[in-house]
Design a protein. Structure first.
Length: 365
């Protein structure tokens, strides 16, 4: 039949599962035939692959057929044969052996059961395809090897139009090496997000990732206290790819990703830059920050995130002279004068390096 070209055939494996499940409960043999009338599932293995004449009549006439006296020379038996309609198309036939008028209602019930099971399996297959496609998309964006054209095509194929945004969530506690670990229920959250036409999600590189059109948002089910970062929407595919590659680097040093409870400003650019550094360089930088007290660290952040010493003092609720004294103590401890932009930038990177390493030191060797 030309009109059936490209359509997925009725699954013999699924049909046999239905037969094995239902037949013992109704004390009747069940045959499942495909759209050509060939038996693809039954209790008698020798009948599989043979033609069922009654099923061929159902297919030809498009209606249920009761058989009182089978045609001579066929393996047909008395019974009821019900068309199996799926999405408005005749996809096969259900046959129940027995007194035709007695088993006709059973044939209708079994046909309905098979339709429901096929619909369920089709939905599961569709969900699996969506999951695989989302994972492939995010893997491509974060790989560092995708061209802008290829990435744009993948996003369009997923139905994601610009502007695009990217977000990820990880557990608050990292793996022993300091790398990201997925938050609780990450896989089920990703599955739900993949039913949204505007987002695609996957668990990759130890994180729950989401990419989509428009602004990123926290999906239902993400627990509080997790680490999270998101990018602003962008029409520039190169910017999106840079964000994706940077976020992958952050997954290797998840201490750089803030939680919702973390106070103070956070610089994604500094965090990504530090995440790319080799461990020996990180340890060298972190050594400078480890000598600072908590008050001195707050002072450094205040100076870095305000426009004047007076504004910095106000942000940490101290007098300007007190702040300047702390600045001098920072210089005495580290050799860096944070009133100089280059010294301030270096010491701020040292703080980020310390954050990148402190969790891995806490959780493992």
């Amino acid at each position: 039949m030309a009109e059936n070209a490209g359509r997925t055939p009725l699954s013999g494996a699924l049909a046999q599962r239905v037969v094995d499940l239902i037949a013992p409960t109704i004390s009747h043999n069940i045959n499942v035939m495909d759209e050509h009338g060939t038996i693809i599932a039954c209790l008698d293995p020798e009948r599989r692959g043979t033609l069922h004449r009654g099923a061929q009549r159902v297919i030809a006439e498009g209606r249920a057929v009761l058989i009182d006296s089978p045609e001579p020379g066929t393996s047909d038996r008395p019974g009821a044969n019900e068309p199996l309609m799926i999405d408005g198309e005749l996809r096969g036939v259900i046959g129940i052996t027995g007194d035709p008028r007695e088993v006709a209602p059973l044939a209708r019930v079994v046909a309905l059961s098979v339709r429901l099971l096929i619909a369920q399996e089709d939905e599961q297959d569709a969900a699996t395809r969506r999951h695989t496609e989302a994972r492939d998309l995010i893997a491509a964006l974060t790989s560092g090897t995708s061209s802008a054209e290829s990435a744009r095509d993948r996003l369009a194929a997923a139905g994601l139009a610009p502007p695009w945004s990217l977000a990820l969530w990880t557990a608050a506690e990292p793996r022993p090496d300091g790398a990201a670990a997925p938050p609780p229920l990450a896989e089920s959250i990703a599955a739900r997000l993949n039913t949204d036409h505007g987002r695609r999600a996957a668990v990759l590189h130890g994180a729950l990732w989401s990419v989509g059109s428009g602004a990123a948002f926290a999906p239902p089910g993400v627990p509080s206290g997790v680490r999270h970062t998101a990018t602003e929407p962008t029409d520039d595919i190169e910017v999106l790819l840079a964000h994706a590659e940077g976020s992958r680097a952050l997954c290797r040093r998840v201490g750089l990703v803030p939680t919702a409870e973390d106070a103070g400003p956070w610089s994604r650019d500094i965090a990504v830059a530090v995440a790319h550094l080799p461990r020996r360089t990180l340890e060298h930088l972190a050594g400078r920050a480890s000598a600072l007290s908590e008050a001195q660290r707050r002072t450094l952040v205040a100076v870095a995130s305000t426009t004047s010493m007076r504004a910095a003092a106000d942000s940490v609720y101290v007098h300007r002279n007190t702040l300047l004294q702390r600045v001098e103590r920072i210089r005495a401890v580290t050799g860096a004068d944070i009133r100089r932009a280059d010294h301030l930038a270096a010491l701020r990177m040292a703080l980020y390096a310390h954050e990148a390493l402190c969790l891995s030191h806490t959780n493992g060797p």
